[in-house]
Design a protein around this ligand. Structure first.
Ligand code: SAM
Length: 245
């Protein structure tokens, strides 16, 4: 691209991603606030409101690429601390921070942390009422494989919700957003972790991710029905929804 990033081959992608999140795990939650200007909280609340989890003990949600547990904690609170959440992530450092936070909040009994790859879920078919993934699917090398795995582990009637950066459709915002992501974010990354290249890669991965309509088509290809999406903040983020019917 005009920003001069090197191309990242598919096989090279997961180690790069893992490196970023091992480095930032302890500071991840602060980084999120700094880099999104606090907006990630609003988008996550929208995901949880859309999910509207059942308030009973049998409700089981799988939060993939769940990192430090942010989405799972919000879903548990919205379920009146009734549901059970499984937080799955490929990165043990992120999960360790999550487990510590869960204990502090008194939520440990409602949570299971699993270190695994979204492309190969260690669960039986038809196990979960909901599958959520927030700002994670863009990091998975084979997105189609991850979506099919999501479909497999959901129960009939279960719901998929994917929150991810998407295509900005306001020209003014787009210019600001470019300045922010290509200049500010790698700089913050360097300030906080001493290395800017992994952040350049993450910003690049946002631009490479399919736009709202193309990603909706991928979700349909994985078998999901009634696929819809909602864009937030001019398309900086979008929430995609699909059902296993
Ligand atoms: N969902 C959390 C949130 O919204 O705050 C964390 C999002 S963080 C930007 C992305 C997460 O995806 C990281 O914790 C990373 O380890 C995880 N990840 C990357 N590749 C993965 C894979 N193949 N399978 C599972 N998790 C993965």
């Amino acid at each position: 691209t005009s920003y001069g990033f090197r191309q990242v081959a598919e096989g090279e992608k997961q180690p790069l991603v893992n490196d970023v999140f091992h480095k930032v795990a302890k500071r991840y939650d602060i980084m999120n606030d700094v880099m999104s200007g606090g907006m990630h909280r609003v988008w996550k609340d929208a995901l949880v409101a859309t999910l509207n989890p059942r308030k009973d003990e049998t409700y089981k949600v799988l939060d993939v690429a769940g990192g430090t547990g942010d989405i799972a904690f919000r879903i548990l609170e919205a379920s009146g601390r009734k549901a059970h959440a499984t937080v799955l992530d490929i990165n043990g450092s992120m999960l360790a921070v999550g487990a510590e936070r869960a204990a502090k909040r008194g939520l440990s009994d409602h949570l299971t942390f699993v270190e695994a790859n979204a492309e190969e879920l260690p669960f039986e078919a038809n196990s979960f009422d909901a599958y959520t993934i927030a700002f994670g699917i863009r990091n998975v090398p084979r997105i189609d494989v991850a979506l099919k795995e999501g479909y497999r582990v959901l129960k009939r009637g279960g719901r998929l919700l994917v929150l991810e950066f998407s295509e900005v459709d306001l020209p003014m915002l787009n210019r600001l957003y470019d300045e922010w992501s290509f200049k500010a974010i790698p700089r913050f990354g360097k300030m906080i972790t001493g290395d800017s290249e992994p952040y350049q890669y993450l910003v690049e991965s946002i631009r490479k991710f399919p736009n709202q309509d193309n990603f909706a088509a991928m979700i349909r290809s994985a078998g999901f029905s009634r696929v819809t999406y909602t864009s937030y903040t001019g398309g900086i983020a979008a929430l995609h929804s699909g059902w296993k019917l």
